[in-house]
Design a binder for this molecule. Structure first.
Ligand SMILES: *Cc1c(COP(=O)(O)O)cnc(C)c1O
Length: 423
């Protein structure tokens, strides 16, 4: 598609019907596809042609959604996965294997932290965590010749840390290591990581992309920028893949996405379901509009909370005093989205009273959909941790995680105000 702006791509990219075909992608709820001639089928298996043959590898409805997000991100290919976690897992396993190591920001989504800290080590992949605010020199010290990728988040969930793309991409270029960023909370509408030189972009589409809390999903976008050919760090891209009759991925037009689909999607089956792709495709039609409203509402809500006597602190990059305000202005000029956190003065009891007094904003283990929702991690997702452990995890006892929806901002603020008055 032409070099259209995100608002246009959200509603036009990914599906271009021919005469008489459905205007929006049909739900292609079929495991398999008909072939009249065996050569055509063989060409598909050999990756010589792009036909569909089995929905564990590719499906037309999933392809429509993949095409839309690839266009939004300026990438050369995208792969729909069963969930955000499967997207992170498959993207890592496309590059790393037993004996390798990866660098991972310590300010990442809890699921990603567990994957890197617990499950990948069981597969022989060591994870080296770093503080994304550390200097380039300190982060570089963790790299050796078995380092296969650097994993970060544009806006970390739930720490609300904004990534310094320039710093990480400079390290990635200097050492020839892939930088992979989870862009879930920014979406390609607020930030296009490829513009700053990032090679692989991943999403939990479960969040803003679908936006309606209707479908789990994940996506891996290949920006097409990384040169694998002849790079000794990526031997698996430069030697024949015997499980794919000797294919050498680095010699292909799209090495990363092809290897990810041909090996990892084939072997794990963690592909997006057609129904989920359909819902996510529809949801993402309004992504640009929604991100604008989420961001505008969050600015108003953050300003309100910031001035409230019962609120101890507020974290949202839109606030001038926020530690990440300058980075947000540089990398998120269109807005910072609706995720924020704040602390209520007083202890656990005050937090509970506050939560119970909310009427509009609901308690949910979810973020980033059209409805405002809130979570008190210390009494839910993080309730196994002691007060000291909570502090170490960057989740103080009084932290509230708020996902600002697209309701009228005055109604959201009135609800917060009422509940704060009740504390
Ligand atoms: C939710 C989330 C994930 C995991 O996505 P699922 O679709 O729940 O598997 C990964 N990364 C980030 C930043 C998330 O917010």
């Amino acid at each position: 598609m032409k070099n259209y702006k995100p608002e246009t791509l959200c509603v036009q990219a990914g599906w271009s019907p021919k005469t008489g075909e459905s205007r929006i992608p049909p739900i292609c709820q079929s495991t398999t596809f008909y072939y009249g001639d065996s050569q055509a089928m063989a060409d598909c298996f050999d990756l010589k042609s792009n036909g569909y043959f089995y929905s564990r590898l590719a499906n037309p409805t999933v392809a429509a959604f993949e095409g839309k997000v690839a266009a939004l991100d300026g990438g050369v290919a995208a792969i729909g996965c069963a969930s955000g976690m499967s997207a992170v897992t498959l993207a890592v396993l496309t590059l790393a294997g037993s004996g390798d190591n990866i660098l991972c920001s310590q300010a990442v989504y809890g699921g990603t932290f567990n994957l890197c800290g617990t499950t990948l080590p069981k597969l022989g992949i060591e994870c080296r965590f770093f503080d994304p605010d550390d200097s380039a020199e300190d982060i570089e010290k963790l790299i050796d010749d078995r380092t296969k990728l650097i994993l970060t988040e544009t806006i970390a969930n739930p720490a609300i840390v904004v990534l310094d793309f320039e710093k990480i991409n400079a390290i990635s270029k200097k050492y020839g290591v892939v930088h992979m960023v989870d862009n879930t909370l920014a979406t390609p509408v607020l930030c296009r990581p490829k513009d700053f030189g990032t090679d692989i972009i991943i999403y939990s589409t479960t969040k803003y992309m679908d936006g309606h809390a209707a479908a789990l999903g994940g996506l891996i976008v290949d920006a097409g920028t990384f040169n694998f050919a002849g790079n000794p760090r990526y031997a698996s891209f430069n030697v024949p893949d015997e499980s794919y009759h000797g294919l050498v991925y680095a010699q292909l037009e799209v090495p990363f996405a092809t290897k990810c689909r041909a090996q990892l999607i084939r072997d794990t089956g963690a592909i997006m379901a057609p129904m989920n792709a359909y819902l996510s495709y529809l949801g993402s039609d309004t992504l640009a509009l929604r991100m604008q409203r989420h961001s505008e509402n969050a600015v108003k809500v953050a300003a309100f909370l910031n001035g409230h006597p019962k609120v101890e602190w507020v974290k949202h990059p839109s606030l001038e005093g926020d530690k990440y305000h300058a980075l947000a202005q540089k990398y998120l000029p269109r807005g910072c989205g609706g995720m924020m956190s704040f602390g209520i003065k007083g202890g656990m009891e005050k937090c509970r009273k506050f939560m119970e007094s909310l009427e509009l904003i609901t308690q949910e283990t979810h973020v980033a959909d059209v409805r405002s929702c809130i979570l008190h991690p210390a009494s839910s997702t993080h309730r196994q941790l002691s007060e000291k452990e909570l502090e170490m995890a960057g989740v103080p006892m009084n932290l509230m995680r708020l996902s600002v929806g697209i309701e009228n901002a005055e109604d959201i603020i009135a609800d917060l105000e009422g509940a704060l008055n009740a504390v």
